[in-house]
Design a protein around this ligand. Structure first.
Ligand code: BES
Ligand code: ZN
Length: 623
């Protein structure tokens, strides 16, 4: 008996000893700077090695991250960002445990992981696991995939969610290279924003390398029943088997997009460019993870009408991934330049008419957004944002994207395309592998373009630091959409569809038509539009979103089952947001929106879920 109890005691001591760790005696002051606790000004993060096991049953990633650092400045601590992570132990290069502590939880930003290091420390290993609710991770049940037989995992790290699956310096100003070993069931393939396999391995072990320095928001992982199809020498597409052919057919323009982009603004720097088509829960249209864009299946329209999204994500290989916004307040430097570049790729491949059509649609969207934001959040209509203390997600709006692009279009118009393109090439070259903030960009613009063109008058301060849209915003004329405007005007005046001819209508014609209809004329025409053109049954995600919005606004209840079906099957926030917002405008609508959300919630990614909860006034998750 005595023997047994002492044995138990020994076991307990050993067990506790392995769980507890030495806390840091005196914590350094912790402050949030640019949405990060990390001390990147004192310690340089050079390289990261990830070794993670993917457990679909527990819905966790488990393993370690090894960080190679340069501490020649002799900081006593390495401070990393974490959120929702369970840290098990922290070791230095000689496998000795080192004291560590977690700081106080801060809304949106998470907790600092403070690790004791010395001037000599070059390597730190953090053993940890994620939790099933980790915001960057989406664990899909088989029912939520196209094949319905296997689970699926994908990450979404931008803007500050990398810290929910990797303890790291989670700020866009910090760049590092990485390699990784991911272990999963051998039924699945694992892919990352790095060099990727094209076949499943026998043992489910995959190794990756990203030898170019990237910021943490571009860390990405996807695991599932995935297959690959080549689209050219340096590009291809990954998808679930049932989606692979459709995806490959939709993206046939990919090789020419890559060569057009390179002709415009310099050599493609990342080696391969592949696209991974995800299940519909992916909360965004696309995400520019280097070497492997993540894309929503809602762009597979069957007629290639939504492929400008690929041009957008590809353009990020220059603007964003090569030249990166220094803080999330400078987000327009990523997105405004990318929308501009996207339009140039589209123009090069499909011609000016087509590009003008896309641009007209965008400008219309910007104007609608401005109408709303000028009333509800005028400060957020500035290009240079102020997201201090807020979720950087609040900065994701048409302002950074389209106002940013319009500003660049104005500069182009003022100096002429030739000089502008020379300037942009030089800009990408000068800042490649670096970050830029708005002020540095203005200085660079003044010194390298405006100083040489003294005749050009442009109020930079107004464009960048003022609210609203400056009067000199370029106007876009689309020959292609003019006839649609004429149709809409006729319908608005006559309140009938007489003479309305949709021959040659493509996705964008429909969108433009819907957006030019006046509320009082469309009300009486819903039924007729639907029976004539089967709009409720459309399978084009963009047309569906616009049409369903009209249906909700006009109480056209015949579409309700279709709307519900759409909201249950699509997780892309851009589509969910306006529809739930429209529901929330009336008490009955709110009830219906909430009922649908209850059913749909589990198929939405945290990013979408949190946005919708806010719209429907459902208590947001504890941050
Ligand atoms: N990088 C963005 C997506 C993003 C932005 C994710 C901010 C998280 C925070 C991506 O390049 C993007 O802009 N996607 C757009 C598509 C595009 C064609 C405008 C989207 O998802 O709708
Ligand atoms: Zn983008």
């Amino acid at each position: 008996m005595k023997k047994l109890s002492s044995l138990l005691l020994i076991i307990a001591v050993l067990f506790l000893g392995s769980c507890t760790h030495t806390e840091i005696k005196q914590m350094p002051p912790l402050k949030v700077f640019n949405h990060s606790f990390s001390n990147y000004d004192s310690v340089k993060l050079k390289h990261l090695y990830l070794d993670l096991n993917v457990d679909f049953t527990k819905k966790v990633l488990e393993g370690k991250v090894v960080l190679d650092i340069d501490n020649s400045m002799g900081s006593k601590f390495l401070i990393l960002d974490t959120k929702q992570l369970v840290i098990e132990k922290v070791q230095l290069e000689d496998s000795t445990n080192t004291p560590w502590s977690l700081g106080k939880e801060e809304k949106f930003v998470g907790q600092a992981l403070v690790i004791e290091i010395s001037k000599k420390t070059q390597r730190v290993a953090v053993y940890y696991h994620t939790i099933p609710e980790a915001e960057a991770l989406m664990w899909l049940d088989p029912a939520q995939t196209s094949g319905k037989r296997n689970p699926f995992l994908f990450t979404q790290s931008q803007a500050i969610l990398a810290r929910t699956w990797i303890p790291c310096m989670d700020a866009p100003a910090v760049r590092f290279t990485y390699n990784a070993k991911i272990t999963c069931d051998s039924k699945y393939m694992a892919l990352m924003s790095a060099s990727n396999p094209q076949h499943k391995t026998k043992d489910g072990v995959y190794t990756f390398e990203m030898d170019k320095p990237i910021p943490s928001y571009l860390m990405a992982l996807a695991v599932g029943d995935i297959e690959f199809k080549s689209l050219g020498d340096n590009c291809g597409v990954y998808a679930e088997p049932g989606m692979l052919e459709k995806s490959a057919n939709e993206f046939t323009a990919l090789p020419s997009m890559i060569s057009s982009a390179s002709e415009l603004y310099g050599e493609y720097a990342w080696g391969r460019y592949d696209i991974l088509v995800l299940p519909p829960s992916f909360p965004f249209g696309g995400m520019e993870n280097p070497r492997l864009t993540f894309a929503t299946p809602t762009i597979i329209a069957g007629d290639k009408s939504l492929v400008s999204l690929v041009a957008h994500e590809l353009a990020h290989s220059w603007s964003g991934n090569l030249v990166t916004n220094n803080t999330w307040d400078d987000f327009w430097l990523n997105e405004g330049f990318t929308v501009y570049f996207e339009e140039r790729i589209m123009e090069k491949i499909y011609g000016k008419d087509y590009a003008d059509m896309l641009s007209t649609i965008s400008l219309g969207e910007l104007k609608m957004t401005l109408k709303d934001l000028m009333v509800n959040a005028p400060g957020d209509t500035k290009l240079k944002l102020n997201l201090k203390g807020r979720n950087p997600d609040d900065g994701v709006s048409d302002i950074a994207y389209i106002k940013g692009c319009m500003f660049l279009k104005l500069l182009e118009a003022k100096v002429g395309r030739q000089k502008w393109d020379q300037f942009l090439n030089k800009y990408f070259n000068t800042y490649m592998w670096k970050t830029v903030n708005t002020e540095e960009f203005i200085k660079y613009l003044n010194e390298n373009l405006l100083a040489q063109n003294p005749g050009v008058k442009i109020n930079l301060n107004e464009w960048i630091y003022d609210v609203g849209l400056p009067k000199d915003c370029p106007n876009i004329v689309s020959q292609n959409l003019n006839k649609v405007e004429a149709f809409a005007e006729k319908v608005n005046l006559s309140k009938s569809l007489k003479g309305f001819d949709t021959t040659g209508f493509t996705t964008h014609h429909w969108l433009h038509f819907f957006r030019n209809l006046e509320a009082d004329s469309v009300k009486g025409l819903m039924e007729q539009l639907d029976t004539s053109y089967h709009l409720s049954q459309s399978t084009n995600s963009e047309i569906q979103c616009d049409w369903y919005l009209l249906c909700i606004e006009n109480n056209y209840s015949k579409a309700n089952p279709f709307i519900e079906n759409y909201l249950l099957n699509v997780g892309r926030r851009k589509f969910l947001k306006p529809l739930y917002e429209a529901f929330a405008k009336t008490p009955e609508g709110l009830k219906m929106g909430r009922a649908i959300f209850e059913k749909a919630e589990s198929s939405y990614h945290a990013v979408s879920r949190n946005t919708i909860k806010e719209i429907l006034h459902i208590e947001a998750e504890v941050e």
